[in-house]
Design a protein around this ligand. Structure first.
Ligand code: GBH
Length: 613
């Protein structure tokens, strides 16, 4: 496996506008479900029903981020992220959800302040409109996603309110998160809200059917409802995109798309039937949504097996859906081996396994049964999607829940080696995919914090930050330090760090009272040299905070700082947010050393990481 240093070197080659940060979702972190004028969502009630979540946890408090958001942003800033993906709670913005229902000014203000604070911290907001928390009122009023006509209008109206209030500052929009999960888990398997399925033990018929909307008179139908819901989701998404493109894009100048879940399905062995099975699994997980959006039709295989259970697009609908995403939004976690057989329709009648024919496991097992770490699959999937759908890819989620992490102390949990290995492998795979020619524009590990993991409750932890749910204390795990160390979050602040004699005070003037945080990152490997400490002492005078993350030379001992020798050096960053319009800032320095004349070595050996505090 690559060393951290060699990874860090590669990471520097990422495109200049690459967005790296963390992802979260409103219901999983906000809590305060009855505060600030918020209306209930389908997850509020569902998660409170005994038996629906593994540990009985619900979303009432979650990570309390509705109250602790300033602290959260401070931590994100500390992590050095360039972007943050989060979702808006529809029922915070329109408590009853509908197009004729009032907008909640407190909800608007909450997100507006949040976005301002992110921008203030130089963090790019990446906003999901819908991450599964449908306003309960819309479900009750007309059956929610089951009712295409109504939900399309209400979702588009909700999107419009968001573009109007936040689109001046938000330039990256996602309409829906993982429609497959909404349709299959919410209306097929019944394990997610609203919990509908054909299984009458799981989802009984209503006690007084005459009092509910006609679409809700039974407990559900796993054979038809998921496909109806998926169709509504696609069309609602497409309407929101059209609205953005017609009325907002020309002056707000952002981009908009959908994000799909999808893992890679490798054939179990070289039996051609298993290769076909792998493709069927990809069709049912990914093609169901991606083929209409990017290619203009449902996958052939789905039409074939589902017959008239699969809704058909009217010509107007498909014209709207086809081409309705500016990019490919990708959430992915794992790779499975696909075997022909089984009767699980949602899996494309394919059997999934992590066990290879020789009995070994594909990768490291996570807390959740569905997740093993297998980095080569990530690279293969990136290649598959790019070849098939031909658009730049935003990786909007990718993460790992260490097995047993909830059963150990926080001191133990922060040593999240399996998560570090997962990110190490996948960062390498991402870079390899870029080298393969795949255009990749972001990487958002899931998740910033441990949080409400839906039907798993709080026992499954995906965060790079440990959350103590009694005290709400946040403790960074080592995986967060790993991601900082490979410089995923500031790949193009390449700079030199000769900030001496006046350099610091120039910085001070430039960045004002708060001062930047300067950190010197070495390339790993050899001697920790006194320069690090010296620089830290030196700069403390000028900058509020200096952190020498690591320092090392290339094995040879370098000449130390020599007083009185003036040399010219600069901090270099093509990122205009760091130094304004000029890519470099010259600094006088007194560091005598020949290696600094060689810019390549310099950027290699000395990397200055400049961030605002
Ligand atoms: C993401 O979904 C979600 O966007 C995020 O909210 C969540 O917290 C995160 O993953 C971690 O789970 O065994 O048939 O029930 C991940 C995609 C697809 C993964 C469905 C689990 C389970 C399929 N998920 N899959 S099944």
């Amino acid at each position: 496996m690559a060393t951290d240093a060699s990874l860090a070197k590669l990471v520097k080659k990422l495109p200049k506008d690459f967005l790296a940060g963390f992802a979260t979702a409103a219901f999983q972190i906000e809590g305060s479900t009855d505060k600030g004028g918020r209306g209930p969502s389908i997850w509020d009630g569902f998660s409170r029903i005994p038996g629906k979540t593994l540990d009985g946890g619900n979303g009432d408090v979650a990570t309390d981020s509705y109250r602790l958001w300033r602290q959260d942003i401070a931590l994100l800033k500390n992590y050095g992220v360039r972007a943050y993906r989060f979702s808006l709670s529809w029922s915070r913005i329109i408590p009853l959800g509908g197009r004729n229902d009032p907008v909640n000014p407190e909800g608007i203000k909450f997100y507006s302040d949040f976005i301002d604070a992110l921008l203030e911290a130089k963090i790019t907001p990446f906003v999901t409109l819908y991450h599964w928390d449908l306003p309960q009122a819309l479900h009750d009023r007309y059956g929610g996603w089951l009712n295409k006509e109504e939900i399309t209008k209400d979702f588009t109206n909700y999107a419009k309110v968001c573009f109007q209030h936040f689109g001046d500052r938000v330039k990256h929009w996602l309409t829906l998160n993982e429609p497959w999960c909404v349709a299959v888990l919410g209306y097929g398997r019944g394990v997610f809200a609203p919990g509908r399925s054909s299984d009458r033990v799981r989802s009984p018929d209503p006690v007084n059917p005459e009092t509910v909307h006609p679409l809700l008179r039974t407990g559900g139908d796993s054979k038809t409802e998921p496909y109806i819901v998926a169709h509504s989701l696609l069309i609602s998404h497409a309407h929101a995109v059209k609205l953005y493109r017609d009325e907002f894009k020309h002056f707000q100048k952002g981009e908009i798309g959908i994000t799909l879940n999808g893992d890679y399905y490798m054939p179990y062995d070289d039996d051609p039937a298993n290769a076909t099975a792998g493709q069927r699994a990809l069709d049912f997980h990914i093609g169901w949504y991606a083929d209409p959006v990017y290619l203009g039709h449902y996958p052939e295989y789905m039409k074939e097996v589902l017959g008239d259970r699969l809704p058909t697009f009217t010509p107007e609908e498909i014209a709207l859906v086809h081409g309705s995403s500016d990019f490919y939004g990708m959430n992915t976690y794992t790779t499975c081996l696909a075997k022909n057989g089984g009767d699980d329709e949602f899996q494309g009648n394919t059997i999934y396994t992590f066990t290879r024919p020789d009995g070994t496991d594909l990768g490291c097992q996570a807390q959740c049964g569905w997740l093993q770490a297998y980095a080569p699959g990530f690279r293969l999937l990136l290649n598959y999607l790019y070849k098939r759908y031909k658009l730049p890819i935003y990786v909007t989620e990718n993460g790992f829940a260490c097995k047993g992490e909830n059963d150990i102390t926080v001191e133990e949990a922060v040593n999240d080696t399996d998560r570090i290995n997962y990110f190490k492998g996948n960062t390498q795979a991402l870079l390899d995919a870029i080298a393969d020619g795949v255009e990749i524009k972001s990487y958002f590990p899931w998740s910033f914090l441990d949080n409400f993991e839906w039907a798993d409750g709080y026992g499954t932890r995906f965060g790079v930050t440990y959350v103590n749910y009694q005290t709400q204390e946040r403790t960074p795990k080592k995986s967060s330090a790993f991601l900082m160390k490979v410089r995923l979050y500031s790949p193009f602040i390449i700079g030199l760090c000769l900030l001496l004699e006046g350099g610091g005070s120039r910085f001070h003037r430039k960045f004002g009272e708060s001062g930047p945080e300067l950190a010197c990152l070495g390339r790993g490997g050899s001697t920790k040299w006194e320069f690090g400490d010296w620089m830290a002492r030196r700069k403390r005078r000028h900058c509020k905070r200096v952190r020498v993350l690591s320092w090392s030379g290339d094995g040879r001992r370098k000449p130390g700082p020599t007083a009185g020798t003036r040399q010219t050096a600069c901090v270099y960053s093509p990122d205009p947010r760091i130094l304004g319009s000029s890519p470099r800032m010259w600094l006088p320095s007194t560091l005598a050393t020949h290696i600094f004349h060689d810019t390549d070595r310099l950027t290699d050996v000395f990397t200055l990481f400049v961030r605002y505090i």
